[in-house]
Design a protein around this ligand. Structure first.
Ligand code: ZN
Length: 249
């Protein structure tokens, strides 16, 4: 990165332009939907580009980008996929999460959950859970459902597969960090996967049937559907129970 083309254009695309491209492409590779991608200048190619016009830039994952560079994915196909990104058809982009084979530690704000298979449950439905490996030596399995204030799903994890919903305003994946925003500087979910076995939910503002669970770097607060506060947790350790936070009937 950092090198310039013959028109003096740097590889660094301005952040607002990147967000426009991510949103238009549904936050994943336009060909296969993989949520780990690169920004690809296709019209014109980077060598010929005089500006970072978002209309000429698309998202391709490493595999599809390699196929394109190798001549096995045609420019014509890239154009067609850019017009009809698969994430918009499927409704989400995806990639695999890996929490490793050791008992995971889940951190919600300043609170830690260890050996708590169901971390959050609402009305009998697990909203964040970690299942033991299917057999020894295979990874623990995380599943989750995240909804916003309007009751709309913003992301889901299905047995270690991340699904980021394309209707979000922004989903940004940087290394092991995932951030979902509903507007500039308004974060709904910020997750950090810390190798080998830590899931850190740095920020979350999730809702389920009117209940609100809001966690920042300082504390975790849970609110009843009428808006009054149920409890606040700070520096708590939830360890060895079947359930962590349970609300609803
Ligand atoms: Zn791809």
């Amino acid at each position: 990165m950092g090198q310039k083309n013959r028109y003096g254009l740097s590889r660094d695309i301005p952040e607002p332009t990147k967000r426009d491209i991510r949103k238009r492409c549904g936050f994943g590779c336009v060909k296969c939907g993989f949520a780990y991608y690169q920004y690809h200048h296709f019209d014109p190619p980077f060598e010929e580009a005089k500006s970072h016009d978002p209309r000429g830039i698309t998202l391709l994952c490493g595999r599809c980008h390699d196929l394109e560079k190798g001549g096995l994915l045609s420019q014509d196909s890239v154009r067609v996929c850019n017009k009809n990104p698969i994430c918009l058809t499927n409704g989400f982009s995806f990639f695999p999460l890996d929490l490793g084979t050791k008992t995971p530690e889940v951190i919600l704000g300043t609170n830690m959950f260890i050996n708590n298979p169901i971390i959050i449950e609402g009305y009998g439905l697990p909203l964040l859970e970690i299942e033991a490996p299917e057999e020894s030596g295979t990874p623990f399995r995380i599943s989750a459902v995240f909804q916003n204030k309007l009751g709309k799903e913003i992301a889901r994890i299905v047995q270690n597969e991340w699904h980021g919903v394309q209707t979000n305003w922004d989903i940004q994946i940087n290394g092991p960090k995932i951030i979902i925003r509903h507007a500039l500087r308004s974060i709904d979910l910020e997750i950090n996967i810390e190798s080998p076995n830590r899931l850190i939910i740095e920020r979350i503002n999730m809702f389920y049937r009117g209940w609100q669970l809001n966690s920042t770097k300082d504390e975790l607060e849970v609110y009843y559907p009428d808006g009054s506060r149920w409890f606040t947790a700070r520096n708590a350790l939830f360890c060895g129970n079947s359930h962590g936070i349970v609300f609803g009937d």
